[in-house]
Design a protein around this ligand. Structure first.
Ligand code: TYC
Length: 110
């Protein structure tokens, strides 16, 4: 009698196990650009400070970004997941309002 008959043979024999390849369930989160907008009234030094304080930029990089916004009207402070970007926007808007500067900060999906 064959091995298969003795075992019942229900699985179709050796080496026929079902292989399931499952899709990884993780999805890359969408990223959002946090943008600063230019205006005529917010002091340059305040904008540099905002970039240092809320976006962890060094003075030199913060100055480059501030001048870019000053010259081009808009500039990117960083790329973040939705919740982090939203928090940064709120922090900047609150901080600008506290100091009575019209600085605007917004976010946009990458
Ligand atoms: N344009 C402003 C000035 O001349 C400086 C400034 C830069 C304001 C960047 C806002 O996002 C800004 N004082």
């Amino acid at each position: 009698m064959s091995d298969d008959k003795r075992r019942g043979g229900e699985d179709g024999g050796a080496g026929t196990g079902v292989i399931t390849k499952t899709k990884p369930k993780t999805k890359k989160p969408s990223l959002y650009k946090v943008l600063l907008l230019n205006d005529d009234y917010t002091p340059m030094e305040f904008v540099v400070h905002v970039l240092e304080r809320f976006f962890s930029k060094g003075r030199d990089e913060a100055t480059v970004i501030m001048l870019h916004v000053h010259q081009h009207g808009v500039g990117i402070c960083g790329l973040y997941t939705y919740e982090v970007a939203e928090t940064k926007v709120t922090q900047v808007m609150d901080f600008a309002q506290q100091h009575q500067h019209p600085l605007q900060c917004t976010m946009e999906r990458e």
